[in-house]
Design a protein around this ligand. Structure first.
Ligand code: CP
Length: 318
């Protein structure tokens, strides 16, 4: 595996799931495979889960990991080509990337959408420069438009908790005070559309996601109707995707918060969220603290998802 940005990079998804469950049974089985190999984890944005789970996955494989917080302690990086660098940016990404590549074998990149230019965000301008210029396998640790490690962990979690061969999985928009990227819902849709699930997306009008990720999924604008008979409720906020309102918050309607009343419409559904979560905006305290909340095992599976990706990237180095 040379890149990991979308579900298709995993190839046969059932085989990837089986591999993940095998890794989970004995996460130290391939401890020798990463000896003398190094992963660089490059963060342009904050993280708790991705940072720790990626480092832990690397350790499980016997790898070294180096973490670079670009905005804390590194030179300020210019990302635009052709700029006269007479301002506060000291180094250009076009030198920084191959230098990082010189010190490691695999690179993970976190670089959120900036909401300045939709074409730049959806062109994955930062991530694609790492893919193009590092000379190393590169994986997204949540980039402008995708968060595939999260979606892979979500799928592993659904596989572990499902009680039916084909569960109903509902992705629901929920309110948030700030404009958030579409990366998590995009990748969740990307994975769910390839998984053995009945997938439904519900959101207020105006929050339609990119059709390349929605594909054949059912979109239901009535949240309560969408929840009926659901086996998994996956809550997430995202900002608008449409060109004329890209990156904007169109609604903070608290009627979309996931609460116990709505969960009672489901088939005793599990509650999922990628975390961090704004309590009593996205989901009420009682729902996230209930026995049906699986947000912690979901976060724990981030380690497994990353370990599968690193294992496959190590195999591609041989
Ligand atoms: N879910 C997730 O990616 O969490 P972090 O932002 O803390 O890494």
């Amino acid at each position: 595996m040379k890149t990991f940005t979308h579900v298709k990079d995993l190839g046969d998804l059932n085989a990837a799931l089986r591999e993940a469950l095998e890794v989970k049974k004995n996460r130290f089985a391939c401890k020798a495979s990463g000896a003398n190999k190094t992963v660089a984890l490059v963060f342009f944005n904050s993280s708790l889960r991705t940072r720790l789970s990626s480092q832990k996955a690397a350790m499980n494989l016997g790898m070294n990991s180096m973490v670079l917080d670009v905005n804390q302690g590194a030179w300020r990086l210019e990302t635009e080509r052709g700029v006269v660098m007479d301002g506060d940016k000291t180094e250009h990404l076009l030198e920084a990337i191959p230098v990082m590549g010189a010190y490691c074998d695999i690179i993970g990149v976190r670089s959120f959408a900036r909401f300045e230019n939709k074409a730049d965000d959806y062109g994955e301008k930062i991530l694609n420069q790492f893919i193009q210029y590092s000379g190393r396998p590169v994986f997204s640790m949540e980039s402008a438009t995708v968060h595939p490690l999260q979606a892979f962990a979500d799928l592993i979690t659904i596989e572990e908790f499902k009680t039916k061969p084909r569960p109903k999985v509902v992705l629901t928009w929920a309110p948030h005070p700030k404009a958030l990227p579409q990366a998590v819902p995009n990748s969740f849709a990307d994975f769910m559309n390839e998984a053995c699930v009945d997938f439904v997306i519900t959101h207020p009008e105006g929050y339609e996601l990119d059709p390349q990720f929605v594909r054949g999924a059912k979109v239901e604008y009535d949240q309560k109707k969408a929840f009926e008979g659901a086996d998994f409720i996956y809550a997430k906020n995202w900002s608008a995707f449409r060109d004329d309102v890209y990156g904007q918050v169109l609604s903070k309607d608290m009627h979309w918060t996931v609460d116990a009343g709505k969960m009672s419409l489901t088939d005793s559904a599990f509650f999922m969220h990628c975390l961090p979560v704004r309590r009593n905006m996205i989901v009420t305290d009682d729902v996230i603290e209930s026995p049906k909340s699986i947000v912690i095992p979901e976060a724990a599976n981030r380690e497994i998802a990353c370990q599968v990706v690193l294992k496959r990237m190590l195999e591609s180095l041989q």
